[in-house]
Design a protein around this ligand. Structure first.
Ligand SMILES: NC(=O)c1ccc[n+]([C@@H]2O[C@H](COP(=O)([O-])OP(=O)(O)OC[C@H]3O[C@@H](n4cnc5c(N)ncnc54)[C@H](OP(=O)(O)O)[C@@H]3O)[C@@H](O)[C@H]2O)c1
Length: 337
């Protein structure tokens, strides 16, 4: 049985609404490598050992199994619903009129909840890829980002918020140009935004932009996603757990480099959502928020680990005529309004 971590000792972040949420949550994307049963088993173990935040999504294909775990935990008194911060996301093929509401209804049914704490637009465009596709796969219907289309989706997110079905609404994989285009149009501003964040990909400009706008960044792939799907792996990718800066700090603390990635994330201010199905790993991932903080000079050392190495490049979402995956991230400064 895992050592129990008192959830009250896990530091909190305060959202612009004034609500406090845990400084670290558990991811639930099995990267096509782990079964829904393994992942929901890890969620059950994580609940018992003190996790109070879980990052779910319809496209992960396991909300049904995770919902059963939540229901059992509530029934057995392991945790109360109001003690959890549970997120989910609308997938790219459900951006159409009315579909966001339908997607949320399915998620609530599968997770067996009356509401989710945060609901995200998973990607800022409706481009779809078949489950388990390879990196060269392209969908002929894919198109570039459109602020107008995004806002049509966001209006449905705002309706879900008005209906009380989602307590916060968020975006994911945005860029500064996209945010500049849509934030002024939002009736309800996002409270949280998911973005790729790990020592080798720190995105300082986007991170600072969100903080300046009062939005809490949530960092996905916080350990550099060593088990990510093959379609998201390229030969030049750098492994965060092997860069000298991370390895040196890990040696000094006598822990796995993965743990240093998480300590760095929490102390910087983002909310990392590490994934693991292994009890020893997910226990140390939460425990590291409560003990043995990094020194200031170690934080400075880790800042120098940034290699601007984006891992989730999203190339399967490219549209006809796009040059390469950099276009998805507005690196040429182009944006369709
Ligand atoms: N919004 C989005 O578009 C988006 C995109 C990607 C991810 N996410 C979310 O972010 C979550 C995390 O991202 P991720 O799963 O890709 O990557 P990650 O959390 O950076 O990496 C997970 C992997 O790291 C290893 N690991 C975890 N803890 C460890 C420890 N203490 N020691 C050693 N190794 C450890 C495990 O590898 P092994 O399995 O080999 O043990 C695990 O599979 C996802 O589960 C998902 O919820 C969101």
């Amino acid at each position: 049985m895992a050592e129990w971590i008192n959830p009250n000792l896990v530091p909190k972040r305060t959202l612009y609404t004034g609500e406090e949420i845990p400084c670290l949550g558990m991811g639930t994307f099995g990267s096509d490598r782990y079964t829904p049963g393994q992942i929901s088993g890890a969620v059950a173990g994580a609940l018992r050992c003190g996790y109070r935040m879980f990052d779910c999504a319809a496209v992960y294909g396991n909300e049904d199994q995770i919902g059963a775990v939540f229901a059992q935990a509530f029934a057995q008194g392991v945790v109360k619903r109001e003690e959890l911060f549970i997120t989910s996301k609308v997938w790219n093929d459900m951006h159409g009129r009315g579909d966001v509401l339908l997607s949320c209804a399915r998620t609530l049914r599968d997770l067996r909840l009356d509401y989710v704490d945060a609901f995200f637009v998973h990607w800022p465009f409706p481009n779809y890829h078949a489950p388990g596709c390879d990196g060269d796969s392209r969908n002929p219907d894919s198109k570039p980002f459109s602020a107008e289309e995004f806002m049509a989706t966001w209006r449905q997110m705002e309706r879900l918020h008005d209906m009380g079905l989602v307590r916060h609404i968020g975006m994911s994989s945005m860029t500064i140009p996209k945010l500049e285009a849509v934030l002024p149009l939002c009736r309800i501003k996002p409270t949280v935004i998911e973005m790729e964040l790990h020592p080798c990909f720190q995105q300082p400009e986007l991170y600072d932009y969100m903080v300046a706008h009062g939005i809490q960044p949530i960092g996905f792939c916080p350990i550099g996603s060593p088990a990510r799907p093959d379609r998201d792996t390229m030969p030049d990718d750098i492994a965060d757990t092997q860069v000298p800066e991370v390895v040196a700090v890990a040696r000094a603390h006598g822990v796995h480099p993965a743990v240093i990635c998480l300590k760095w994330a929490v102390q910087r201010g983002q909310i990392p959502i590490p994934f693991s199905v292994h009890e020893n790993e997910y226990v140390s991932n939460l425990q590291c928020t409560t003990t043995d903080p990094l020194a200031e000079d170690e934080m400075v050392t880790l800042t120098t680990a940034d290699r601007n190495c984006r891992l989730i490049k999203g190339q399967v979402f490219l549209w006809a005529g796009a040059a390469d995956w950099h276009d998805l991230w507005d690196e040429e400064g182009t944006i369709t309004k």
